[in-house]
Unconditional design. Sequence first.
Length: 355
Amino acid sequence: MSQDTEHKNNSQADDIVDKRLMTDADNREYNAKDGLPEDDSNTLGIIDTTESLKDEDFSEEISQQDRETIKKVASDDNVSQAKSYASILVEQVMDAKETFERSLGSLFTSAFTAGLEIGISFFMILSAFALLSGVLPSHYALVLASLLYPIGFIVVVIGQSLLFTEQTSLLSLPVLNGIEPLTKLLRLWGIVIAGNIVGGCLFAALMVGLGLNMQLFSASDIDAYAEHILGFRWWVIFGSAILAGWMMGMTAWLVTSARDTLSRIVLVSLITGSIGFLGLHHSIVGNIEIFSALLYGNTVSLWRYLLFLAVVLIGNTIGGVVFVAVLKNRTFLFEIRKVKEQTAETKTKIDDLRL
């Protein structure tokens, strides 16, 4: 290679580096004008949860190169467009990690609150069913009443209480990425489930009893709705619970992808409304539905209640973890691998230009 050619290639490489440095400097200057932090992770002028990633947020098994790649992919976002795939997933991991760090009392109280709040859905559905069943066939009354299903979920999600089926996939992400141990996840799930069930049972004992005394519905209405939930073989309920868990996991994903409260309300209404319309089995709402029949009805035994609760909890967990957390996480890892390959190719081309 002649000296002129070598000098020309070196000049081209230097120009590329200089342009990148100038672009970074321009972006930092732009951020400074808007009062934004002047650091390289904020070159797009975006402040987001994913941009506060620190090395301690990652597993010790993740190399420094992989950490930098994840930070880069997660911060590659633009407020004028939908959030990037990596941005959503990393934000969910960060939110789940914060949940792991909360005290046990805080976790149980939040889960207990969610159990109470989700009961609003059943209270409204049962009242509407009792009203409509007087003028419509029972099947149509059930379908129309189920359109009120999203009310309690909107209160829970927007209020940020801990609902098991919404948190199932989210809380498993730190474990899948080696940040938190499995034993800690199981303990956390246990606390959230216990809080949701205790809150739901208390709502059933107090509010459903209040509705009976207000004559909003009758014991026969409670039995009819419970049989509508229980009137399937166990494997059908199990499959229905898996699908409901999958849809609830997708609800958590979509809520994270939304940038404003109105969008989140619409997304929660669409997904949970579909669960109610299809009559899918949700463990926490189902707990209130069947426990109410156990307390005030005549057809549900303690054994049927406990068996139903166990089957639906397992189904919801599988749907949320396998079909949402595992598959989304694997897709994210493939995306990280692609970025690493592209970075290596770019570095090789720059090195070739310097020769």
